[in-house]
Design a protein. Sequence first.
Length: 343
Amino acid sequence: MARVPEVMVVDQDPQARYEVKQLAKHAQLSVTGEAAFGTEAVSLAAELKPDVIICGMSKPPERSFQTMEALLDLLPETPIVAYSWRDDAEAVRRAMMAGARDFFVMPADHDRVLESIKSVLEAEERKRLRMTGQAKALGPRGMIIAVFGAKGGIGKSTIAVNLGVALSSELAHSVVLVDGDNNFGDSAALLDLKPHRNILEFAADLDGLERGAITDYLTQHESGLWVLPAPRDPLQWRGLGAERFRKAIGMLARRFDVVLVDTAGALGDLSLAALEEANMVLWVTSSDFASINNSVIALETLQQLSYPEARIRLMLNVTSVDDGVRPGKIEEVLGRQFFWLVP
């Protein structure tokens, strides 16, 4: 699961704060604090730095708007969701003018609150990606996502395959999964596909290849996901260099909304090429010592190469609930928070 969003509730009315807190808790959100309008809210937000602030529009309304504006001045990247006990256009307009990203009417159900929180966080993430030059999915190149793990046998390929199927079937994106594991790539086998061509043939024919002919080298799954498989014989990878691999990824990115690259479990030339091309890196680790230790070393290596750390999203694949290693301890060792916990 993803990291639970942390929210802070602001309202002058203690009873209103209580009701909103209960809604947030039922929506499986983490309520880190509550405050009345004014300095109390601003000082607490500065201390807690929540993911989202839920702010009421109870009387006096001017105090509510002033508080929202002060919160945005303090934490401009923290979205505010406003709520009111009145459903009227003027209340919505004034909330938006004060800087609120979304608005709901009380009494509300927890699904509505969760939907609002998720939508503003997703919008903030898209904004951040645009600001850092990573949001290329709507430009001339699709989004390139590299799925990497510093060790084999941690479920990296399974995550890549499931993500590709979900993006294709549930979100209706055009998605291609590139099996870039030059050890023992098994994406096609995981999907029960029997491909006739592979990535080496595609890379060899890149020069002069027509856009319409790209899918001739791919195999499509029933979900709609396209797959560019690895060769059956790992020794054949010797004929593919990093620059050619990079060019293959780039060509696919001009044809598909999303290019998923399942990399090898080591920082070899091809994996580094995929990471350099990627807009986002889903970095998979498990809770066993070797996986964590290898991740520490690999992250240090990327730092030496001045790799943009903002692209990396750390994922923990929980392979055993009995190993006694808590996610928080792994975060401490790796020096970053988990973006996603699986399962």
